[in-house]
Design a protein around this ligand. Structure first.
Ligand code: AMP
Length: 190
């Protein structure tokens, strides 16, 4: 299975992606986690990315795409992937589509975790992940999400199967809803 999990910062993407990866035996690839690893490891990718991540801005497309190419190709060869945090803009989605088509690794289903803004802010403040989760940066990350990432859903609804899940419930209920929707999709597409 090759899928995307799209959601705002604080929507529960990371937690749910890990559970989906275990359930469907696919590789969890988080662009945010990979970037944080590059930053803490002091690689050249990390040194370029750091200022963007600290501000809550999107890291340049080329950098993210280069970073993801290898893990996506490897995951594709071993059962599939769940991409968490990528793509994050219509531009990235278009570029990813072109690359994936060449590599034969196109996305089959896009899932969207829908959570009201107020709840996102509450969760992000509670989480407090260093520079990324100060009040100003949270506001900026949510603005970036509305401006760049949300419009991508229209792009995917024209192209792939899209499943919208209510993410404003306890994590276990979100997981159950995701499992049910994806099992249903598997049966329909079998
Ligand atoms: P996340 O953990 O997915 O919320 O990502 C943390 C930060 O990493 C974001 O605020 C961005 O600065 C950067 N980032 C993660 N994924 C992407 C992406 N697909 N494109 C650009 N920047 C990204």
């Amino acid at each position: 299975m090759r899928m995307l999990l799209i959601g705002a910062p604080g929507s529960g993407k990371g937690t749910q992606s890990a559970r989906l990866a275990a359930r469907f035996k696919i590789t969890h690839i988080s662009s945010g986690d990979l970037l944080r690893r590059h930053i803490s490891g002091g690689t050249s990718t990390g040194r370029t990315a750091k200022a963007y991540v600290d501000r809550g801005d999107l890291v340049p497309d080329g950098l993210v795409m280069d970073m993801l190419r290898k893990p996506v190709v490897a995951a594709n060869a071993s059962g599939g992937y769940i991409l968490d945090g990528f793509p994050r803009s219509v531009e990235q989605a278009k570029r990813a589509y072109e690359t994936a088509r060449e590599l034969g690794t196109s996305v089959q289903i896009a899932t969207y975790l829908d959570v009201p803004t107020q709840e996102l802010v509450r969760r992000l403040l509670a989480r407090g992940r260093g520079n990324e989760d100060t009040e100003d940066v949270i506001a900026h990350r949510l603005a970036v999400f509305h401006q760049h990432t949300l419009p991508m859903m229209d792009y995917y609804s024209e192209r792939e199967d899209v499943v919208v899940i209510d993410g404003d419930q306890p994590a276990d209920q979100v997981t159950a809803a995701l499992f049910a929707a994806l099992e249903d999709w598997q049966q329909r597409s079998a």
